[in-house]
Every structure is written in C-alpha cells, then in structure tokens.
Write a protein that binds this ligand. Structure first.
Ligand code: AMP
Ligand code: ZN
Length: 118
C-alpha cells in the first residue's frame, strides 16, 4: 500500500469502485471513463508505479493475467477477443501511477494507436 495512491485506495475499498473480479491479490473494476463497450481495469495488490517496476515480479504478472483470463472466459469475451493495454509514462499517456491493465472488449476495437506514417 502506497500513501495517496488512488488505486491502492480502490484496492482497499477506501475509494469505491464497481468491481467485476476480486481475489486476494487482484481486483478488476470498471473504468470511470469507458473507451469501449466494456472497459475494465485490473490491478495487483502490491503497489508498483508502472510496468517497468512490476516487470521483475513474475508472480504478480501471472496473478494479473490469470485474473484477466478467468474473467474474460467467465464472461465469454474470449471467443470474440479483447485488448489488454498498459500505458507507461508521458508518451504512453499514463495518468495513474499504480500499474494497471486496461481490458477493452465487447465490440470490434478498430486500429491500434495513433501513429501516422508519412
Ligand atoms: P492511464 O491513463 O493508463 O493511467 O489510465 C488510468 C485510467 O484510470 C483512466 O482510464 C481513468 O478513466 C481511470 N480512472 C481514474 N480514476 C478512476 C476511478 N476512481 N475509478 C475508476 N477508474 C478511474
Ligand atoms: Zn498503489
């Protein structure tokens, strides 16, 4: 738990969220500004600031991706498919500095990214 971290407070329940998945170490909840028909965020209990910091914790990565796999399978989102995104830093557009994984699903998601070739 990191002081003044929004997602640590969501994990502990101090700040409310609409949970879709919960076990001892991972929660999934609705993003407040959905960017797709289904837009969930998955986070681990252990605070890390971004994916580069979380990268050395293989157990935590497995916990989160197993949770995403269970959730999407239970909701039958795996057959049509979905997208998992983690933003990192300024160019990545990260705004909350507790590593989180966006799960976007429920409709065709269109092209990935905003790169425009010359
Ligand atoms: P990112 O920009 O990748 O750091 O993603 C942060 C995400 O957190 C954004 O999509 C926000 O809409 C979402 N968000 C911010 N505050 C909350 C909150 N209290 N509950 C749920 N989602 C939130
Ligand atoms: Zn945190």
């Amino acid at each position: 738990m990191s002081a003044n971290c929004l997602f640590c407070k969501i994990f502990s329940g101090e700040i409310p969220s609409k949970k879709v998945f919960e076990n001892e170490v991972v929660i999934g909840f609705h993003d407040i500004h959905p960017q797709a028909k289904h837009h969930l965020l998955f986070i681990h209990k252990n605070h890390t600031k971004d994916i580069t910091e979380m990268a050395s914790d293989a157990d935590a990565l497995s916990d989160v991706f197993s949770a995403i796999a269970s959730f999407t399978k239970a909701k039958n989102l795996d057959e049509a498919g979905f997208r998992v995104v983690t933003n990192m830093g300024r160019h990545g557009g990260q705004t909350v500095f507790h590593t989180h994984f966006h799960v976007l699903a429920g409709e065709p998601l269109g092209p990935f990214g905003t790169y425009k070739s010359l």
